[in-house]
Design a protein. Sequence first.
Length: 180
Amino acid sequence: MKFPKIPINIVIICIIFALIGALWGSHAAGLLNLTPILADLPIIGGYYAVEDDGVSMEISPLEDENKVLKEKIQELESQLANFQTIEMKYQEDIVDYNNQIAELENKIKTIEEKEVSSTKMVEYYSQMKPKEIAPIFDNLDDEIILDILVKLDANIAAKILAELEPLRVAKLTRLLTDNN
C-alpha cells in the first residue's frame, strides 16, 4: 500500500494553523495572555487594545453590590455576636433568679411550717394556766415567746406576762414595739 505524497506546503500550513489554534486555546483558557501581541495586529488589534496604567478600571455594579453585601454580612455577624453575649448574660440572670426563687420558696415553706407549729403551741398554751407557762417561757427565746404571745388571747397573754420577771417583760415589750 502506497501513501499519496502530500506537498510540504500543506504540511507547513497545517502546522502553522495547529500552533495558532494551540495559542488561541491557551489564551482563551487563561493560560497565556496574548492581548499585547493581538493588539499589534492590523485587523483585529482594535478588539484587543491595551489599557493605559493611568486609566482606572471601572468596577461593575455586581462588584459594588458584592462589596456592600460583604460589609452588611460583617455588620450582621457583629450584631449577632453582641446579641449572643447579651443572651448569655440573660441566661445567667435567669439561673440566678431561679435560684433566688428556690431559696424564697424554701424560706416560705420554713415559715409556714414554723407558723403551723407555733399555732399548735398556742393551742397547747391556751389550755394551760399562766403559772404553769411562766417557768417554760423562762427557758425559751424571746422571738418564740413573742410569736406565741401575739397569737394568744389578750387576757391570757396579760396573765402570762404578769407571771414573768419584770425585766423580761420589759425586754419582750421593747421587742414587740420594735417589730411593729
